[in-house]
Design a protein around this ligand. Structure first.
Ligand code: BGC
Ligand code: CA
Length: 346
């Protein structure tokens, strides 16, 4: 009798084991299908449009790792309302992971609620939600870069150029007269970049005189306008232009080109991003230097994270800051190394 009982238990345990194995086997199959919804704040933004193409490429590369991948991209064209609707549609269409570049980084609640109700994890990128919102759910992540680091590197590049080239101080008063072109107010990369660039210049012992600061919302045409106003106000007195991104630095250069200044009367310009147009300007010498915002690295990190979240495999191998943040480092780009960043090299 006892022997029979033992036999029955063994059979039951064995069958349960087989059943469990079968379930486990089925699960990865179902989750090897990655349906990614990408929501961008504005595809007319130079950096973002390049970043989103990188992301698409990196996600498609996951096919080489045995995943089946489908990517749907939506552009909110600057409206949070539109983005909320687009995210709802992406979830309804069956996306099992979302990559969201918020329009209004202080207002992600609607997206978080929808994602949580449908258990679709969200990777925010480039426009960082505030810490309190990131805590709303444990399947929220952020991939980006540290704004202070880009400001610091921009300040170092400018300080080095000023030390190497005394002609930058054109009026020879021992101070550098400078203006700032700033990105969108409220964006984590605007104020922090400015503060760190200026502080770093001061730490390098550069005497500064601030002439003006204009908001140009990351945009080349707006920067050209703001710069034209500054040129009419300060004439030949501007010696240094610090821009929070390459597009605004290029807008400032456009303004000078329109004003027909001679080369010796031009200030020096510094950007951040290393977009294609930014790198080309470093290569031809119109932009003194820029700071590389590693879109390829960020895109790769997002693709890996998306795959881990959907498949449930490999999440433990990803290194997070505070369990949900991934920051890629910024690097310096000057005429000396710009070639490494151009073309297919990066
Ligand atoms: C980039 C800008 C871009 C902005 C958009 C920043 O990190 O440097 O070029 O316009 O992100 O959110
Ligand atoms: Ca001066």
């Amino acid at each position: 009798m006892k022997v029979k009982n033992i036999q029955t238990s063994v059979i039951i345990i064995f069958m349960a084991f087989l059943f469990l194995c079968a379930c486990e086997k089925q699960q990865p199959d179902a989750t090897d299908q990655i349906y990614v919804g990408v929501a961008s704040y504005n595809q007319s933004d130079t950096f973002i449009s390049q970043m989103v193409s990188c992301l698409k490429e990196e996600l498609e590369e996951l096919e080489n790792d045995g995943f089946s991948v489908s990517v749907t991209i939506r552009d909110a064209a600057g409206s949070q309302r539109t983005q909320d609707d687009q995210v709802e549609e992406l979830i309804d269409a069956g996306c099992n992971v979302l990559c969201v570049n918020l329009v209004d980084r202080s207002n992600p609640s609607e997206i978080i609620d929808m994602a949580r109700e449908n258990n679709v994890p969200v990777i925010f990128f480039n426009r960082e939600p505030v810490a309190g919102d990131m805590m709303q759910w444990d399947r929220l992540y952020y991939v980006g870069a540290n704004a202070w680091q880009s400001g610091m590197i921009q300040g170092q590049l400018a300080a080095e150029a000023i030390k190497e080239n005394p002609r930058i101080d054109r009026n020879k008063d021992g101070k550098i007269q400078y203006v700032i072109l700033e990105g969108e107010p409220g964006h984590q990369d605007a104020i922090i970049r400015t503060e760190n660039a200026v502080d770093t210049l001061k730490n390098y012992g550069i005497q500064l005189e601030k002439l003006s600061c204009g908001i140009a919302n990351w945009n080349r045409a707006q920067a050209q306008n703001r710069m034209s106003q500054m040129i009419s106000q300060f004439q030949h007195n501007i010696e240094l232009v610090l821009a929070n991104n390459d597009d605004m630095a290029l807008g400032a250069i456009d303004a000078y080109q329109k004003s027909n200044f001679t080369e010796s009367a031009l200030p020096v310009f510094f950007g951040i991003d290393g977009t294609d147009v930014g790198l080309a300007a470093v290569a031809d010498g119109t932009l003194s230097a820029t700071v590389y915002n590693d879109k390829e690295g960020q895109a790769k990190a997002m693709a890996e994270l998306a795959a881990a979240l959907v498949s449930g495999k490999g999440l433990d191998k990803i290194e997070f800051k505070k369990e949900k943040y991934i920051y890629l480092p910024y690097t310096r780009v000057t005429a000396d190394n710009v070639g490494e960043y151009m073309g297919d090299v990066k």
